[in-house]
Structure formats: C-alpha cells, structure tokens
Design a protein around this ligand. Sequence first.
Ligand SMILES: NC(=O)c1ccc[n+]([C@@H]2O[C@H](COP(=O)([O-])OP(=O)(O)OC[C@H]3O[C@@H](n4cnc5c(N)ncnc54)[C@H](OP(=O)(O)O)[C@@H]3O)[C@@H](O)[C@H]2O)c1
Length: 214
Amino acid sequence: MTRSLVLGASGGIGAALAARLGREGDVVGLSRSGDGLDVTDAEAVDRVLGALDPAFDVVMVATGILAPEGHAPEKALDAIDANAMARTFAVNAIGPALVLRHMPRLLAPGGRVGVLTARVGSIGDNRMGGWYSYRAAKAAANQVVRTASVELARRVKGSVVAALHPGTVETPFTEGYKAKKLSPEESADRLIGVLLGLEETGVFRDWKGEAVEW
Ligand SMILES: NC(=O)c1ccc[n+]([C@@H]2O[C@H](COP(=O)([O-])OP(=O)(O)OC[C@H]3O[C@@H](n4cnc5c(N)ncnc54)[C@H](OP(=O)(O)O)[C@@H]3O)[C@@H](O)[C@H]2O)c1
C-alpha cells in the first residue's frame, strides 16, 4: 500500500492530489492554513515535517503563489517591486528547498517526489516575457529540484525527484484567466500517473508526461 504526503493540501491541485492518492493508500495532507506549515518559515517547516514518521512512497509539493496578496504578476520591468519579488521567491523557490531538506529522512527507498513548478519557469521556452518574479522563482525551484535529485539519488536508493507542470488548472490560482482549464481532478490524476511512470530522476515534465525544456 502506498503511503503519501501532500504539502499544500488546502489548495485546488493539492486537495485533488490528496484525494487521488487516498484511493491508493494512506495520505498525510498538510497545509499552511490547516497545520501551520508555512513554507516561508524554516522553523515551521522543521517543526511540522520533523514530527512526521518516515517513510513516504510519494511526496507532492503543491504549495505556491502567483504573486503576494495585493500584487499581480509584472507586465513590465517598471512593475518590479523588491519586496513582492522576495516574497514570491520565498514561497515558490526557497519553500520547496526547505521541504526537500527533509527528504533524506522522510522518503522511502524508491520513493518519488513531485514538486509543482510551472512551464513559465522554463527559461528556454520563454518567448512571451513578463511575470518576472513568478517565472524566476519557478526557474529557481526547477534548479533546486534538479540539484536535490542528484543528491537524493545517492542518499535514498532508487529515488525519483521531478519538477512538474500541472497544466492550466481551474483553481483560485487561475481565477480570471480566460484560457481553457483542466479540472484539478484531471490534473492530479495525470500528474500522479506521470510521477509514478518516470524512469529517470531530475526531470521536468508536464501533466501529459511530455518533457519541458529547462
Ligand atoms: N493552477 C494552475 O493553473 C497552475 C499552473 C502552473 C503551476 N501551478 C502551480 O501549482 C501549485 C498549486 O497551485 P494551485 O492552482 O493548486 O493553487 P491554489 O489553489 O492557490 O493553492 C495554493 C496552495 O499553496 C499554499 N500556500 C501558499 N502560500 C503558502 C505558504 N507560504 N506556505 C505554505 N503553503 C502556502 C496554499 O495554502 P493555504 O491555502 O493553506 O494558505 C494552498 O494550499 C503552485 O505551485 C502553482 O504555482 C498551478
């Protein structure tokens, strides 16, 4: 039976991931609003994750923000605000790093970690511009994931660590977007299938399983 951990289980995609993984086995779902797991607070991360018993077969990191409250993704250089940018990095890039710090202890041999980043974090694929803080923070998160995958391959035998793009999903995150959206359930279902089907670690994949350019 699979034992899973979902961080950001209060979010649109996180809740669907927890429900989907609950059909496979035991799930521990944690969030900032429910459990005090604020990923920008290193002590909170250590307290909440330090209290968990190992070991998990699947870990999904589904926390993230598009922009801090009162801010929106930047349309131009003039809109860059240092504090908002730092906050976006704290949640989207440093947060997953603080979580990954616990994986050597929490991950089962052969365990799999998926970190939800975003296609717009791809540097090679960036042709539209804009969204400086979110794009840069997700690119940093991708580098953290890739680097952790190298270390965890040595420290947790058979581990797989991947950056995942969930698609454009109908959640509070995409409120006001006109684009065609996936349901959180469909995204969660596809993401789990992609993560469980991976044959190599340190990859960046979308919800269809297609490689995304770093
Ligand atoms: N939706 C999309 O189309 C889309 C596209 C590409 C990438 N993504 C990525 O997918 C992930 C999940 O997105 P979503 O659509 O499910 O968003 P969502 O519904 O807004 O959920 C966001 C989650 O992040 C948590 N969170 C925010 N700040 C946090 C903090 N400081 N510490 C801990 N948790 C924090 C929220 O927790 P609380 O509610 O408990 O505060 C919530 O669980 C994000 O990383 C996002 O960048 C989403």
